[in-house]
Design a protein around this ligand. Structure first.
Ligand code: HEM
Length: 430
């Protein structure tokens, strides 16, 4: 097959491609994988947006793993997201660590890892359980309508607010701003339309409001540290070796704002979508659901990895080559962009036998749904696993007959494999 015929009808960043049924997209990814070499896709120029000439699509598991691992060659700067944010935006809001290389990245990752320490996770576990119980209490009172707003959207955002120590009374304010931020996602194809510009304006204002809010919290915790996460982030910890403290090892208030944004972007929609995909996958594969319910504790770990592999809640991140490099036999040039397509790597038959089968007993399951191995591997993966485990246990323990009742309404996006709406049902417990 010629290069032309393999890619002529594909525009991997165009919304027409992402509007197509998932089955067709996966078939296109399979065609690209079979080519063996990364295929180059030119990118249209969009005013005010740095998009570059185009990118090489990495769709094989081996290529995604190699690029994730070798961060010196495959840089996350100037940005791992596409389109790349314009410089004025980074100047205004700060740079999230996902768009940084070492040593800046390593410093930030060291500090914010405090948020995901076993001690912090153990503390947040009780909050997650309480939120999951409240969600199911409300479900029983309201009856089933739409799984996304009633369940999936509620848990992760409350967990992030709880982590950041945002009091209950302030959460409705935060949630309204987050809605304004997420309204913008998925409109990339029309960045210059009046609607997109209006949404971008609302988005920036919402982000600025949230930055102000967490900066206030950070300032208060600097003055009166408690044992919560914000205190741990904005105050330097005693160095383990010499016992000294220095400012390099704490977040500035501006960095705290960027970290909050990153949690909201990285930890909210991802987990929410994994919950929705999970319920649908258990419904479509009742044998797998029965297997899980026969031994929940023994099977839930494998089930969560399989949900993340099969659904790939994040579609892609990008890297920029720092030098000429041969990737698994394919030459790339300094300055080239590559886009790592996780859904394609996660269905690579070279690594996953029967990749289109949802199998919660799959072992090993070296999926790249949380990113490939390397310095940017998802920092919140264990938190996401905990949220999914607690929420599915609460749902299946208390709601007999829980299942989806129709197709989901997908979010049109080349970044989030999102679910806007998912009809479902259950019988009221007697
Ligand atoms: C099922 C849920 C999730 C999925 C599928 C997911 C996916 C990913 C992926 C693919 C990356 C890699 C970025 C790269 O290589 O450039 C990543 C990074 C990251 N994720 Fe997650 N994520 C999830 C949940 C979470 C949660 C719950 C949090 C926190 C509350 C979180 C925080 C982060 C952070 C901070 C990074 C950046 C790490 C770095 O640059 O060092 N994620 N995630």
């Amino acid at each position: 097959m010629s290069l032309q015929s393999a890619t002529a009808d594909m525009d991997l960043l165009g919304m027409e491609f992402w509007a197509r049924p998932e089955k067709e997209r996966l078939a296109d990814f399979a065609r690209l994988r079979e080519r063996g070499a990364p295929v180059f896709f030119p990118e249209p120029r969009i005013p005010f947006v740095r998009s570059g000439r185009g990118f090489h699509a990495l769709v094989r598991h081996a290529d995604v793993v190699a690029a994730s691992r070798d961060a010196r060659t495959f840089s996350s700067e100037p940005a791992a997201t596409s389109p790349e944010p314009p410089p004025w935006l980074s100047a205004l809001l700060g740079t999230p660590m996902v768009n940084m290389d070492d040593p800046r990245h390593a410093r930030l990752r060291r500090i914010v890892s405090r948020a995901f320490s076993p001690k912090m996770l153990a503390r947040i576990e009780a909050e997650i359980q309480a939120t999951a119980t409240r969600i199911v209490d409300d479900l029983i009172a309201e009856g089933p309508r739409d799984f996304v707003p009633q369940v999936a959207a509620r848990l992760p955002i409350n967990v992030i607010c709880a982590m950041m120590g945002i009091p209950e009374r302030t959460r409705p304010y935060v949630l309204r701003r987050i809605d304004a931020m997420t309204e913008y996602s998925g409109v990339r194809g029309s960045l210059t339309s009046p609607r997109a510009l209006r949404l971008l304006g609302g988005n920036l204002k919402a982000i600025a409001d949230l930055h102000r809010l967490v900066a206030r919290l950070g300032r208060a915790r600097r003055q009166n540290p408690t044992d919560d996460l914000v205190s741990a982030l904005v105050n330097a910890e005693a160095g383990s070796g010499g016992g000294g403290r220095h400012d390099g090892e704490r977040l500035s208030l501006r960095e705290l704002g960027s970290f909050f944004d990153l949690l909201l972007v990285a930890g909210n929609e991802t987990t929410r979508n994994a919950l929705s995909h999970g319920l649908r996958l258990f419904t479509e594969n009742p044998d797998q659901r029965d297997l899980l319910l026969a031994d929940f504790d023994g099977r839930i770990g494998g089930a969560i990895e399989e949900i993340v592999r099969y659904s790939s809640p994040i579609i892609q991140f990008r890297r920029t080559l720092t030098r000429d490099h041969v990737l698994n036999g394919h030459p790339l040039k300094a300055g080239d962009k590559v886009v790592l397509f996780y859904p394609a790597a996660n269905r690579d038959p070279e690594v996953f036998p029967d990749p289109d089968v949802f199998d919660i007993t799959r072992s090993p399951n070296p999926h790249v749904g949380f990113g490939g191995p390397g310095p940017h591997l998802c920092l919140g993966a264990n938190l996401a696993r905990m949220e999914l485990r607690i929420m599915f246990r609460e749902l299946y323990d208390r709601l007999p007959g829980l299942r989806t009742t129709g197709d989901p309404v997908p979010l049109l996006s080349s970044f989030d494999n999102g679910v806007k709406s998912q009809p479902f049902t259950f019988s009221r417990p007697s």
